[in-house]
Design a protein around this ligand. Structure first.
Ligand SMILES: [Zn+2]
Length: 77
């Protein structure tokens, strides 16, 4: 497939896809996409977008969100 931006050839790749969903940042891994090696343009097929939306809609809403800072104890040897 040809890149719609710079008209170079695009390659099939598995990418990380970032998406905002109900105020959350969601990351999908191993998303099949067409990626342009020249300008970095990525294209998802309609089928893949449907699958992403289907996954998002079927995710149960969490009760609340907590952010936790994680520390590593490096003083004990
Ligand atoms: Zn391009």
């Amino acid at each position: 497939m040809e890149c719609p931006v710079c008209h170079n050839m695009m390659a099939d790749k598995l990418i990380k896809h970032f998406q905002e969903w109900e105020g959350r940042n969601v990351i999908f891994e191993n998303v099949p996409a067409e990626v342009c090696s020249v300008c970095g343009e990525t294209l998802l097929t309609g089928e893949v977008v449907d699958k992403i939306n289907e996954t998002l809609w079927s995710m149960p809403k969490s009760l609340r969100k907590e952010t936790v800072d994680i520390y590593k104890l490096s003083c004990i040897t």
